[in-house]
Design a protein around this ligand. Sequence first.
Ligand code: SAH
Length: 480
Amino acid sequence: MKLYPLFADLNGLPVLVVGGGTVAERKIAALLAAGAQVRVGARTLCSALAEWVAQGRIDHLGTSFQPEWLDDVWLVIAATDDSDLNARVAAMAQRQRIFANVVDDAALSRFQVPAVVERTPLTIAISTAGAAPALARRIREKLESMLDHALGELVALAQRYRARIIERRPDLAARRAFYDGLLDGPVMSALRCRQPERAERLLLDTLASAETAPRKASVLLVGAGPGDPSLLTLRALRALNQADVILHDQLVSDAVLALARRDAERIDVGKRCGGRHTQQEQIHRLLLEHARAGRCVVRLKGGDPFVFGRGGEEMEFLQRHGIVCEIVPGMTSAVACAAYAGIPLTHRDYARSVHLLTGHGKESPDAMDWPVLAQDHQTLAVYMSVSRLDELARHLLAAGRRADTPFAIVENGTLPQQRVISGALSDLPTSAARHAVRSPALLIVGEVAALANRHAWFGEQTRPVHQVDECVLPELCADG
Ligand code: SAH
């Protein structure tokens, strides 16, 4: 069966729905959203429909079907659980040349209700001509995740200036280029940043100029999460689909990179920019070069770009050079590694706070406030600590943290090869050496780390490699 696709303007038109259950309710909700004047006929009404009748939003025609119900309606939907009645309604509608839909019965239906993705005023409708509605729903889900929610605003903006766009870009090819630029460039970016006025200004400035499309010079700083690709945000996935060029760190997993647009240029700036000191400057230079060339640049970083990721410096640099930055937060490894090791970072029985620290800051560890960090009933999540475990344990113990304070090291967190090594603080360096812990690894110190033993759930190794001797965890007082 081949269907003719059609978008109907039902605003103010009477439409009949026969049936009063939850299926009818869903159909009616969509009809009301399109401005139709809904009349319902049904023996019983579900509570939502009864309420809508009481509110005067829909009319209840009666309980047993009457052929007059079809008089002067434009469409009819039969959604009862009585197949004979559904067939009768369809046959009568056919005689009166009214389009009818029988829910879940393609053969009896003269029109079908597609699965839709709404980015009002943009509507995307999907139909399998009744062959496999479940598949249409899956395709709808995919489109939902791909398409930004600001897309509707872009369409509305284009609608508002349609006449002017046609006037200023009379040539069809030039007009197409202009619309391409709207979708891929700074106007859409401004809408995503919830800056409608800036978006409008950009559109108008470009229209007034001789440029074919709004010039892009923007970079998306995107957090790729800790490694498991399913921890990417929808926004990050969309950015990967949109990117012309991706500058990524070595830590970004292959599985995440595999989700990017196939023809996007991928640059491993971890490798390419080798030497420690020149590295950041080279990254800045590359970002600027690609952004100025008008490419859609995604700077992809492990975890979150603003948590020990130097995202702040990159943003400052780009803004200084007049490049607009969008930031897409990612799941930082402290949060993800703790979760994948079964450690609730702030379990209310054991921890009042959580501190995110780095073992490799600008300053030496001597400058840190160890007496504060060594207080009990708090959790430390230490990034980049593998080569400094000895020093860290020494400082914490010297500042008074108990020797039996639990720790857990999560190596390759969220990846198939994740390992969790746990023990007591006094054994931290020896234990890590014995198990040859390698970067990337996240160190968690604090009472909650012992919970890794109880709640391990991810990976083959569901017990930590080295267990804490069942230490008794002092619980926090309720008022503490
Ligand atoms: N911006 C990142 C951190 C970058 S610093 C974030 O928000 O997570 C790099 C450090 O992150 C590593 O040394 C390690 O401590 C931690 N890390 C990143 N990915 C990790 C992973 N999959 N497992 C364990 N630690 C990880």
